[in-house]
Structures are given as structure tokens and as C-alpha cells.
Design a binder for this molecule. Structure first.
Ligand SMILES: [Zn+2]
Length: 115
């Protein structure tokens, strides 16, 4: 599962920002080209975050679309499917751009424990 590798990068970013605060929830944006599945991502993140301030955090995934451009019919539209053929003319002379970003959008922290 390639989600594990991605999650290590996410966890690094989370820990740099959290700076020791307990993390309740994170929201990440992955381009559709990373082909990340929310359930696998949450599972993998739970695994890599074990023993850190982000252990047990909920993971929200936002999938960022790519743009498909067709040189045959001129179609240019956003897609969340990484298609190898044009959805309009079924031509194969298509180019997929974007959809490869990976961003930690936000972090929600646990309330500070009362002492
Ligand atoms: Zn086309």
C-alpha cells in the first residue's frame, strides 16, 4: 500500500506544526493522481502515527481533480478519474495535468488537558 509512504510525509508535516499538541483531526488534500483511498489513508496514518501526538487522529481526505486535455476534440475539463482516453470523443491523444499535489490543509487539536 503506497499510502504508508505518503503518510510518513504527512506525519512529518503534522508533527512540525503540532509541536507536541495532541492532534484530534487532520485534513489533507491529495491530487487524484496519487490514487489515495480515504479508508486506506486513515488506516496507514493511524499506523505511522502510533506513539506520536497524532495517534488516533481522524483523517479527512480531499481529492483534488486533475485536468484532462484532448488534442483530438479540444476538450479540457477537470476529472477525478485518471482516464487514458477522452471522455467525449474516446480519443487517446490526451494529456493529464495537475492532480499531483499533496497538502496538509488543516489540523484540529485536542483541547488542552485540565490539570
Ligand atoms: Zn476528445
Amino acid at each position: 500500500m503506497h499510502e504508508y509512504g505518503l503518510c510518513e510525509g504527512v506525519l512529518d508535516a503534522v508533527r512540525r506544526r503540532a509541536n507536541g499538541r495532541r492532534v484530534a483531526r487532520i485534513r489533507v488534500r491529495f491530487g487524484v493522481r496519487h490514487a489515495v483511498d480515504e479508508e486506506s489513508l486513515a488506516q496507514a496514518f493511524g499506523f505511522v502515527a502510533e506513539g506520536t501526538e497524532a495517534a488516533g487522529a481522524a483523517v479527512d481526505l480531499v481529492t483534488v481533480p486533475a485536468t484532462i486535455t484532448c488534442r483530438d476534440c479540444g476538450l479540457a475539463e477537470e476529472t477525478t478519474d485518471v482516464l487514458a482516453v477522452c471522455p467525449r470523443c474516446a480519443g487517446e491523444d490526451v494529456e493529464i495535468t495537475g492532480g499531483d499535489e499533496m497538502t496538509l490543509e488543516s489540523i484540529t487539536y485536542e483541547p488542552a488537558p485540565a490539570r
